[in-house]
Ligand binder design. Structure first.
Ligand SMILES: Nc1ncnc2c1ncn2[C@@H]1O[C@H](COP(=O)(O)OP(=O)(O)OP(=O)(O)O)[C@@H](O)[C@H]1O
Ligand SMILES: [Mg+2]
Length: 497
């Protein structure tokens, strides 16, 4: 029996899978067992064709391939390469003991060339943990090299891999892929006026808090949200690796370059629950996971399908999302900052005496009720965005640019990092409320507000966290009354609510 190693992906974890190949006397056939899905079943045909392209034919015997362990579903097209390697080892074309020292993943074309696949980075990390080398398609070697001390072979096609093992052509080790450049972000300078909304954006960036912008059409909500990525600091190396693994499993790691900037995902409101939370026909991270350690921006919030919005509740609380599969549950990291924008009602002008429609305020209630209470309860900062006036738009000087705001945010994040230490949370949005020290009068104000504003216990802790961020921006050690007062002013100010 010959063995080739590969991986199945459970979330971002690479689970070792052994491709066992046995050639036995009997009717010529190639059987594949061990819970392969359709794409894996098709691997047989691609391998057969790739062998034919090299003038190799399968032995005229009974060939049995088993994917071990048999109880986890094998999804995707990356099993082509390990299957081909197992066969070549079983046929004595390649040395069995050498092949057993590598893990492999890659999709074969009919001409024997290798196509890129998802999941190379977690596979490389998995291979490194098992002290195996990794064989992956050319062009993805740089991604695998991020796993550190690991031998990586990244051949263009099957024949150059065979030649490498035979010693007739040596594959050069791949160069480490670089770091991805963040996409260019528009500057805050373009936003005139809107002081309250600007302040909320800065607090949200500094503490990683969820933000809702409510306002009439054209008030500048989308404009403001699009400028948030520019205010956020780079990911630390641990987060960068984690985020890159998610993007790798989704097949979105551009050129194998590590993601260093916080992701900014803006799915359209026609997005389904599976697109948002993960899953669907094949296990795949959803937008909530692709936004891990970054921002999930939902523009026109009430227009999203109700089910899709409700599916945000679990990840918003736990930082993880669980996708149900036929045979098991798959969990992906999903710790994101939610930024949402919406009009106060369908016509958009609720509260604007001259322009609101005849159905006000009912139309506003109906529209806002599309977003459920539990989802709104998870919003830390809600801003009623007042459009800039004509005078502001034509005569006001440009707004404060991104750079100085980003510097204040970075300083506040630095204070948080020092307070939480290496093993603690990353920002105040995740802080344990017991660790937040409030001045006595701040505590009293918060307790009074809980009764008056009927804050939920969640609202209570979330207000404390926002207060902590406001204090950090001010460089204050203890959260004071003014900080809590400002945090309370930003808690749910929906027109009509
Ligand atoms: N405060 C402002 N300063 C400068 N330009 C602004 C401001 N507010 C709005 N604008 C201009 O108006 C345009 C529309 O703004 P934006 O698309 O952000 O509105 P919106 O609030 O998202 O509206 P809608 O509810 O229709 O989606 C912006 O692209 C910008 O050109
Ligand atoms: Mg908009």
């Amino acid at each position: 029996m010959a063995i080739a190693n590969t991986f199945a992906f459970s979330g971002i974890e690479a689970v070792p899978v052994e491709v066992q190949v046995q050639i036995a006397p009997g009717q010529p056939a190639l059987a594949l067992v061990g819970l392969p899905d359709k794409a894996v079943g098709e691997a047989r045909e691609r391998v057969r064709a790739a062998f034919a392209a090299m003038s190799l034919s399968l032995p005229l015997k009974r060939v049995l391939v088993n994917l071990k362990p048999a109880d986890i579903l094998k999804e995707g097209s990356h099993y082509d390469l390990p299957l081909a390697l197992g066969l070549l080892a079983a046929m004595e074309v390649l040395p069995r003991d050498e092949i057993a020292g590598y893990a492999a993943l890659g999709e074969l074309s009919l001409d024997g060339s290798l196509n890129p696949v998802a999941g190379v980075l977690p596979a490389a990390i998995g291979a490194s943990a098992q002290e195996l080398g990794l064989i992956c398609p050319a062009g993805q070697g740089g991604e695998a090299a991020w796993a550190g001390r690991i031998e990586v072979l990244a051949p263009r096609d099957l024949i150059s891999l065979i030649n490498h093992f035979r010693g007739t052509q040596v594959l050069t080790p791949p160069q480490l892929a670089g770091v991805a450049e963040g996409r260019p972000c528009p500057d805050m300078r373009d936003v005139k006026g809107m002081e309250t909304a600007r302040r909320a954006l800065e607090i949200a960036a500094a503490g990683g808090h969820n933000l809702l912008l409510v306002g009439p059409p054209g008030a500048g909500k989308s404009m403001l949200a699009a400028r948030l990525p520019g205010l956020l600091p780079d990911l630390d190396p641990g987060c960068a690796l984690e985020v890159s693994m998610i993007h790798s499993v989704a097949g979105l790691l551009d050129g194998g370059r590590l993601v260093m900037r916080p992701p900014f995902r803006e799915p359209h409101h026609s997005a389904s629950q599976a697109a948002l939370s993960g899953g669907g026909h094949r296990a795949r991270p959803g937008e909530v996971s692709l936004a891990h350690r970054g921002v999930l921006f939902l523009d026109e919030l009430p227009e999203f399908p109700r089910q899709a919005l409700e599916s945000l509740r679990q990840p918003m609380e736990t930082g993880r999302t669980t996708v149900s599969r036929a045979a098991a549950h798959v969990t992906y990291p999903a710790r994101f900052q939610l930024v949402a924008a919406m009009n106060p009602c369908r016509c958009g002008y609720l509260g604007d005496g001259g322009r609101e429609c005849g159905r006000a305020p009912r139309c506003g209630e109906d529209y806002q009720n599309r977003v459920s209470g539990p989802v709104l309860d998870r919003i830390d900062l809600a801003v009623d965005v007042q459009p800039a006036t004509a005078a502001e738009l034509s005569h006001a000087p440009p707004g404060e640019p991104t750079a100085p705001i980003a510097a204040r945010v970075a300083k506040a994040r630095q204070i948080q990092a020092e307070r939480f230490g290496a093993d603690g949370p990353l920002c105040n949005a995740e802080a344990d409320p017991h660790t937040i020290r409030l001045a006595p009068d701040a505590q009293k104000l918060l307790e009074q507000a809980m009764d008056k504003l009927r804050l939920s216990p969640r609202g209570f802790t979330r207000t404390m966290r926002v207060g902590r961020t406001i204090a950090d921006l001010a460089g204050a050690d203890v959260v004071g009354r003014v900080h809590i007062a400002e945090a309370l002013a930003f808690r749910h100010r929906m027109p009509g609510r």
